[in-house]
Design a binder for this molecule. Sequence first.
Ligand SMILES: [Zn+2]
Length: 345
Amino acid sequence: MLLADYRPRSQLVSKTTPVIKPRFPVIDAHNHLAEPFGGGWDQKPVQDLLNTLDEAGVTHYVDLDGGWGEDILNAHLDLFKAKAPERFQVFGGVDWSQWASIGGGFPEWAAGRVKIQKERGAQGLKIWKEFGLHVTDHKGNLVKIDDPRLIPIWETAGELGLPVMIHVADPVAFFDPINETNERLEELGAHPDWAFTSPPFPAFMSILEAFANLVQRHANTTFIGAHVGCYAENLAWVGALLERCPNFFVDISARIGELGRQPYTARRFFLQYADRILFGSDMGPYPEAYRVIYRFLETDDEYFNYNAAPIPMQGRWHVHGLYLPEDVLAKVYYRNAERILLNKG
Ligand SMILES: [Zn+2]
């Protein structure tokens, strides 16, 4: 038998607490509606989507797919935002591919586009992981996260009150050699293009340090570090950046597997930084995906699959619930997002 075919069944006798509806209404600060991450809801009736969100107890849904380009941004504003303005927040982005043709004036041009996106209805900026790994300037040089030429973009976002949802580098294992010690080996086998082994790619920590510089340099701009601040494997590092930078927030999307395999540290992290953590799924608007997160946040269930898929996709381990107190749940589920994303409260 191949190790890949091994399917051990846990004989642990422990409780299962289904959480069908969350304890409080949920604002999902990190999700998608287009392929490849959102399940193609741009092809289905909006009312179906609203019904699905109602079933999951989600009142507001941040759609980050406008960050792929302004055509998509405009399409999503027309398709979703226009039909249910309260329930959808669509984020725009930076079209790095224009740097080659625009040349040295790119940063000012990109800052101008951010203004236009906001006028059109965008409520934030999504920066995808290509930044720091693939984005190059007009001379073909790799652009660092804290490149000072880009200051106009980040300052403009701050002046306009647009939060910047940013994902860099993470997860750390994608930078490791692909061998028998890599804890994400199976995932890299399925998606070889997700590997950023360094060299030739920059070292993981050099990207993270540049990210920390960026957040620290722009104190008037709100940054949301996607997937637990882009370093869920090291909550001490994320906590230190939260301490240094009051303009820094994190979402928990797609990292229940990381948080739930360090339940003591994760629970302390939630209690300590309860005002700085946003709920996010990143799994499309599916009730069964949301319910795994609700169970993780609300119950003290032990050793359960953090995925809806039979074999957990981000590593073959299971997680433990955090049984967070009510006040922390309220902040994480909606209060922090009301403040940061909806300018309420
Ligand atoms: Zn995402």
